[in-house]
Ligand binder design. Structure first.
Ligand SMILES: [Zn+2]
Ligand SMILES: [Zn+2]
Length: 312
């Protein structure tokens, strides 16, 4: 089968990659669509030392033609973390397309049965590719109670930033997207306030109750600290390979609550897409046939690109 293989330095489309060998609890899906996200771009440049097939935002069909996507963390379900309900933090886990498990940028992928989520008929393949990142955005509401009157800022005008802004807007009136590109921010729509980063740093210091860093940039947290009010909350969505040194003392002085946030509830994301609550397809820049996966990956790696989808 075809697969986009990452050797930890670059990606290459292998036309005769070996078929996945499913574990006893896994089934094989025929992949139809797979999104490329910033995590994939980082993995391809060495993040986490991953070597294998990329792809964790996908739609596949089973032998009956039913459409599914799947949660990406494969916990052992036996250890004491799993027993406590912390499956996504299981130390023995593999993660589809990210850690010790081949992903879905391939004709076929093996996924644990327990991870499957059926895709409702009204959700298009292109929208369904957003289930995983949208779930990650919904995770913020699982971790923190947001009040309707809260002033919320989302840093970063990439795909995840816009998804986070949309999700937070369902919970509060005042959400501001802060980024560097007016054209990208425009994709967020009229319900979201938009401010350029320079202007926000100058005029909005200590103004927000909640600041989400979805910049994908090591400097995002520093900016978030500037914008967060005393006793406010910062949610960190950025995972980056690079380290960055700066002064953390404002977190203590301003008594800021800092929350790390990763994967989220698939069911909530699927329900939201089924209810057509977010125009996720506006975030798609291009759909490439899988045979052009290398070119697609290059496109996704360019600064300012929005969602690139591979069609198998
Ligand atoms: Zn992703
Ligand atoms: Zn476990």
């Amino acid at each position: 089968m075809r697969a986009l293989y990452c050797n930890g330095k670059q990606v290459r489309l292998d036309p005769s990659f070996h078929e996945p060998t499913p574990l006893p609890d896994e089934i094989i899906l025929n992949v139809t669509h797979c999104g490329i996200c910033d995590t994939d771009v980082q993995l391809a440049s060495g993040y986490m030392g991953f070597q294998g097939v990329l792809g964790h935002e996908f739609v596949g069909v089973d032998e009956y033609g039913d459409r599914y996507t799947a949660e990406i963390n494969n916990p052992c379900r036996h250890c004491h973390w799993c027993a406590r309900g912390l499956e996504t933090h299981c130390p023995n886990r593999t993660v589809i397309g990210i850690f010790r498990h081949d992903g879905a940028m391939a004709d076929r992928v093996a996924v644990p049965r327990a991870n499957l989520h059926a895709i409702p008929e009204s959700v298009s393949d292109h929208s369904a590719v957003f289930i995983e990142p949208l779930a990650a955005a919904f995770q913020i509401l699982e971790q923190w109670t947001v009040f309707r009157s809260d002033k919320v800022a989302v840093l970063g005008d990439g795909k995840l930033g816009i998804l986070c802004a949309w999700v937070l807007r369902t919970a509060c009136e005042n959400v501001t997207l802060i980024g560097k590109h007016l054209n990208k921010m425009a994709l967020a729509g009229h319900d979201i306030e938009k401010i350029l980063l320079d202007s926000a740093s100058q005029h909005l210091a200590k103004s927000f109750d909640l600041v989400v860093d979805a910049t994908g940039n090591p400097s995002g947290l520093e900016t978030a600290i500037q914008l967060c009010r005393p006793r406010g909350t910062i949610v960190l969505k950025t995972t980056i390979a690079a380290s960055h040194q700066f002064n953390l003392s404002p977190i203590v002085i301003d008594e800021i609550t800092l929350i790390g946030s990763r994967c989220g509830p698939f069911k909530t994301a699927i329900d939201a897409l089924q209810a057509d609550r977010f125009p996720v397809e506006n975030l798609i820049q291009a759909v490439y046939p899988f045979n052009q996966a290398e070119a697609a990956f290059l496109h996704a790696s360019q600064k300012g690109s929005t969602k690139i989808i591979l069609q198998m």
